[in-house]
Structure formats: C-alpha cells, structure tokens
Design a binder for this molecule. Sequence first.
Ligand code: AVI
Length: 313
Amino acid sequence: MDAETRPSADPLFRNDVLAGLAAPVRAVPARWLYDRRGSELFEAITGLPEYYLTRVETTLLEDHCGAVARIVGPGAAVIEFGSGASIKTRILLRAAEPPLYVPIDISGEFLRDAATALANEFPGLAIRPVEADFMQPIALPPEVRDRRRLGFFPGSTIGNMVASTAVDLLRAMKNSLGVGAHLLIGVDRIKDVDVLTRAYDDAAGVTAAFNLNLLDRINRELDADIPVDAFRHRAVWNDPMSRIEMHLEAMRDIAFTVDGADFEMKAGETIHTENSHKYGPRDARLLLRASGWGLVKEWTDPKDRYALILAEA
Ligand code: AVI
C-alpha cells in the first residue's frame, strides 16, 4: 500500500511492534490484535463450539445475577470495566435493575453505540459512559458517589494479564469503586489441556485468522512486507505459567521490513502474541485477596470450567 492510501499509524503501535520484533524473545502486546477485523474475528470466536468461555459465563450470569443483586442490595450503580458492546451487561441489568450504569471503555465509538442501544432497551436506566483506559486510575461520575457500587468485569479478561498486572488492576478497581463496593468477575479455570488448546486453536481456523490478522495489520498500517503465508498460528499450554499462549510461528527462514527496519526469522521461531491465564479456585481467591478484595460467593458450572466470582472491597 502506498503512503497516500495507508491509514496513519498509531505511534504506540509502531513502537510496540518495532521493539517487540527486535526483542530476544519476540512478542507484540495482545491489545494490538483488536483492530476492526480483529474485533470481528474475536466476536466470531465467542460463538465457536470449542470456545466454551462465553457460553458457560452467559449461563452462569443468567442463573446467578438474581442472587448477585440480592447480595449487593437495591439501588446499586453498575460500573463495567471494558464494556465493549455491553452484551453480557444486559443479563445483569435485567436481573439487578440498577438505576445507574457506568460503562468504561477505551473506544468512544463502541461506548456511544452501546449506550444508545441500551438507552432504548432500558428506558428507566441512567447511563453515564466514561471513555478511559481502565488500566489507568479512573474518576467515576459524581452520581455514583452516594450509591452502593457493583463493578463488573466479565469475559476472563483478567486472564490476559500477567499476575502482577492483574493485581495492579484489581487494586485500582478497588480504589475507584471504594470500600464496601462489590466486584463481579469472570475467571476461566485450569482444566484438561486438550479442552484448553482446542478453545484457542479451533477446527474452523477462526482463532488462527484472529492471530494472523496481526501480521496483516502490521503490513497495512506500518509499511511492512511480512510474508503472512509463511506463518502459522500456534496455541500452546505453558504449565508452569498456567496459561495458554498464542504465537505466530515462521514456517521457513524469512526476511522482512517494518517501517524501514530489517528483520530476519528462522524457521520455527515465533512471535508471542497473547497470554490467557487460567486459575484454580485457590489461585483466583489469592489474586483477589492480594488486591484487597474478599470473596463473597463463587458460582461455577457443573464441569467446573469457569467461575463467576463476587468479591467485596
Ligand atoms: C478477550 N480474552 C478474554 C480472550 C481469551 O480467551 O483470552 C481472547 C482470545 N484469544 C483467543 N481467543 C480468545
């Protein structure tokens, strides 16, 4: 693509890619998987038969949001971290009937669309969107101040962070929400390695397309000539780290340039693109305790694949 038709590159994306490809262990942060195409592919992943996470969490929310609402009490504001299209939120909003909903998302476009759709569906609900990176300290709108507060962080997004970052985030959530607040969080469990790897390497190749799209994005946005067909998607279980890792593996020796910088990769070398940590029951509780949250209640499915955890600050 020539310079005139190429979309202007995000300097943070350029820096992360150039630094990540030059590092001794090549890695690009997972957040860059989510351009428009990547977000569409992730949406498709959530409907795959192998990707049990969304299905199981949705059932848990349908079954237990009523109990969550009873424990938290009436009149609570619901504050969602990384709300996206607010799909699962509807289940919580229907059960808890809160007066106030605060979706927090880095994408203003997503926030505005989701808020408009929700306003039509829940006419009595006040919606106060906050456009912010929830990894940074957040000032909540003043209407939240005198209310009970229920933080909502579904989708096992916590799993995409290493433990130290997860603790920092959970602690920041506690600071934003305040003492006495509740947090409802979705956490994926450690389980059979075949089940886990299939969830991240599905038969239809949607997760492979999601991962490989990162290379297309680099080519599109950063004046690069990466031979995408020389790579394959890999999903591997890292047992000591208790996580599924996504990698892009070079299938032959290759050379390419990104924004004028030259790179070479040998056959078998990989670019690490995502971590998805899985937690046993005690690990998840420890993570919460280390961040200042106490366990209130935990719900799991009959196969113990996924946990919905209610914690209190
Ligand atoms: C967004 N996140 C919780 C997903 C996960 O399961 O780690 C991202 C994903 N990557 C591949 N498949 C799904």
